[in-house]
Design a binder for this molecule. Structure first.
Ligand code: PHE
Length: 346
């Protein structure tokens, strides 16, 4: 067969093949077979150099005509196919906007967080700054800088999980006290610190090995017990209602002197005494005037500065606010419990 026959043969095969292509996969196969570097057109072209000048001219022009015609036919067919495929895809992906949608169900904020944020808001409005501290804390900040030396009996009430001799899961948010005093370096401040705390407690309806507190600490010149009482009164009324009264009972914490337990009058009986409160009041937090030793250890002159501190149990406040009977409900993610706190969307 002469090259001319081969060219004719190729023209027939190529156009026959072109009439068969129907998909973008076929387009690729076709392109590879005929137009590639080692494709059929190239194969014939590579034979030209061995021919005489006359044949070169004749066959050369035959070949380039074939290449041109085939290219333009192939390109227009390719475009058609691409368009067809696109149209088909669009037809399939058509949205039926008359179908009813699938509603999104919005979750509920855990009441723990609702109350944590409400408490924080109350204090933010009074000009407090929010601070955070580490949950894995050193003995130094959790105890020693709070006037609780090693072997102090007060440590018994706050046993925790120790990572090593000097590191523990903090047993109170009071660890933030020394950290903030260090940071503020002798200047006055008002902070709160919400966060998780851990104790070696057996879990029951009112105890959990993990719970949360909001620590509060104010240090300035001339701070006294009246400031503490007024502040906690503002808090209790904002949280539980205007009618609630606050009561201070003497207590003990190594880092405050004097120390108090703070009760709020029972919302159920208004302070008369009922089955919920027994004596008319319910304990909500521990507080006191910052112990001079704590000020001194942490770089404040107790002759010049004084302060108060408090530690609010967040779950406890939430339980009272919502009448929740068991602290474990905050952590066990029972949707029936959580759903009750869904915001009403009107
Ligand atoms: N840290 C104390 C506790 O967990 C509470 C407290 C904080 C008491 C600040 C006084 C001042 O029991």
């Amino acid at each position: 067969m002469s090259l001319k026959d081969n060219i004719e043969e190729l023209r027939k095969t190529a156009f026959a093949e072109l009439s068969k292509i129907v998909s973008s996969a076929d387009i690729t196969t076709f392109r590879n077979r005929f137009f590639a570097k080692r494709g059929e057109l190239a194969l014939l072209t590579s034979q030209l150099p061995s021919l005489s000048d006359k044949e070169k001219r004749e066959y050369g022009s035959l070949l380039s005509r074939l290449r041109e015609e085939l290219t333009s036919a192939f390109e227009s067919r390719s475009e058609e196919i691409t368009l067809e495929e696109l149209n088909e895809k669009l037809a399939h992906e058509k949205l039926d906007i008359t179908l009813p949608g699938r509603g999104n169900s919005i979750g509920a904020k855990n009441p723990f967080y609702i109350i944590r944020d409400e408490i924080a808001d109350i204090f933010l409005k009074m000009g407090y700054e929010v601070k955070e501290g580490p949950e894995v804390e050193s003995d130094l900040y959790n105890f020693e800088r709070l006037n609780i030396p090693k072997d102090h009996p007060a440590r018994d009430m706050q046993d925790s999980l120790y990572i090593n001799e000097n590191l523990l899961l903090r047993s109170q948010t009071s660890n933030i006290q020394a950290r903030v005093m260090e940071e503020k370096a002798g200047k006055p401040f008002k902070i709160i610190c919400p966060g998780k705390t851990y104790r070696r407690d057996d879990d029951d309806a009112t105890h959990s090995h993990q719970f949360a507190q909001i620590e509060g600490l104010v240090v300035d010149k001339g701070i006294n017990m009246a400031h503490l009482k007024a502040t906690l009164e503002v808090f209790a009324k904002a949280m539980f209602g205007e009618k609630r009264e606050v009561r201070f009972r003497p207590s003990f914490f190594p880092f405050t002197e004097p120390s108090v337990e703070v009760d709020v009058s029972c919302g159920n009986c208004g302070g008369k005494g009922c089955s919920m409160c027994k004596n008319g009041y319910i304990e909500i937090l521990g507080a006191g005037m910052v112990h001079p030793n704590v000020l001194k250890i942490n770089g404040y002159d107790p002759e010049v500065y004084s302060g108060f501190a408090f530690g609010i149990g967040i779950e406890r406040v939430a339980m009272l606010r919502y009448g929740i009977d068991d602290i474990r409900r905050f952590y066990t993610n029972d949707v029936r419990f959580l759903e009750q706190f869904k915001k009403k969307v009107s």
